[in-house]
Design a binder for this molecule. Structure first.
Ligand code: KG4
Ligand code: ZN
Length: 336
């Protein structure tokens, strides 16, 4: 056996994720996506999310254990997302994990969802080690973190308004591209000209922070004018230009942090890191700067149970105490 066996449970937003890890090896990882249930509302509805987690969690946990060929008695610990996220959604996973851990007499580790994203590259690349600068970009949060050691984080900057994924989602909705917006804009941008429209990027005097409200206003004004004048370019050009603006900002700020800290490793995680253009441009920039880049495969960038179990492995290695079963979720949890 190559390490402890951990069950990881993730229910912070609109994906129920359960995985079994043996050390850093993913023995199984299964997901129940709620995308279709939320799509008709154009965004995640918290009550719908909580209810869908209730329906999915038991069969999914069973499936994850069966696929891994692991009996619950063999587990060394149960890991579950404690925050940040939607309170009702988090509570479903946390209550399930608590009762699972209690009934089996296993330790329970409540994990920060963003620490999961931050740790995810290690599941693809065991050599990914701090010190590193990590770009975290998801639907709810976007941050640039200086990881000094596992568990020792300094948040250097982040969004002043919308998270990067939220910006994708809102702009896609405005363009009528549906939900979730990130993958829709990513797909729509294929063949489009990223330089067709030069949307704004700058947040002055704040090297590690970004804002997407200027971009949103600018896209909306541009589209309204172009529609009035009947001068709309192909939609793929607009999608590619929006995507380019978001991607450029994220990369610029990440590499400002690389320069300021002098680290030689860049990690990245969160749903937005599934974006093809972002991955491509991060690779180019890292190569030109001579720094190591660790972006996990897209399925590990999106919400999943494996990244949550991964953080618990590190906690076990460090001898961290498990959570008391009297604890509850922490929807506003922060990394530092
Ligand atoms: O990390 P995640 O799965 O859930 C949260 O913790 O929020 O991130 C979801 C976000 C959504 O806003 C979605 O639009 C965005 O990630 N996303 C993408 C892509 N795939 C998902 N954004 C840009 N391009 C993509 N291919
Ligand atoms: Zn996430």
């Amino acid at each position: 056996m190559s390490g402890p066996l951990i069950l990881g449970i993730e229910t912070s937003c609109d994906e129920t994720g359960v995985a079994v890890l043996e050390g850093l090896e993913v023995r199984s990882s299964v997901l129940a996506s709620q995308v279709e249930e939320h799509a008709r509302f154009g965004g995640v509805v918290p009550e719908v999310a909580a209810r869908a987690h209730v329906e999915a969690i038991r069969p999914l946990a069973h499936q994850a254990l069966t696929r891994a060929g692991v009996h619950p008695d063999q587990l060394d610990a149960v890991a579950v997302t404690r925050g940040p996220g939607l309170s009702g959604a988090l509570s479903v996973g946390y209550a399930y994990a608590k009762s699972f851990a209690y009934s089996l007499g296993k330790p329970l580790y409540g994990i920060d969802h963003m620490e999961g994203h931050l740790f995810a590259p290690r599941l693809s690349f065991p050599g990914y080690e701090p010190p590193a600068v990590v770009l975290l970009a998801s639907g709810g949060h976007s941050q640039i973190v200086h990881v000094k050691a596992w568990g020792a984080y300094e948040i250097l900057g982040g969004t002043i308004d919308d998270a990067a994924g939220e910006a994708f989602d809102k702009l896609a909705r405005f363009m009528g591209l549906g939900f979730p917006g990130g993958p829709a804009i990513d797909a729509d941008s294929v063949g489009g000209d990223p330089d067709a429209v030069k949307f704004p990027r700058a947040v002055r005097d704040r090297p590690f922070d970004f804002s997407f409200s200027g971009l949103k206003t600018s896209v909306i004004t541009y589209l309204e004018k172009a529609r009035e004048n009947d001068s709309l370019p192909p939609r793929s050009d607009i999608s590619a230009s929006i995507q380019e603006a978001i991607v450029d900002v994220l990369i610029e700020k990440t590499f400002n942090a690389v320069e300021a800290t002098g680290v030689e490793i860049v990690g990245a995680g969160g749903g937005v890191l599934a974006n093809r253009r972002l991955r491509e441009k991060l690779i180019e920039r890292a190569e030109s700067k001579g720094v190591g880049l660790f972006i996990p495969e897209p399925s590990l960038c999106l919400d999943n149970g494996a990244m949550i179990a991964g953080v618990a492995i590190e906690k076990l290695n460090q001898g961290a105490a498990p959570d008391a079963l009297t604890l509850d979720v922490d929807p506003g949890m922060t990394l530092a």
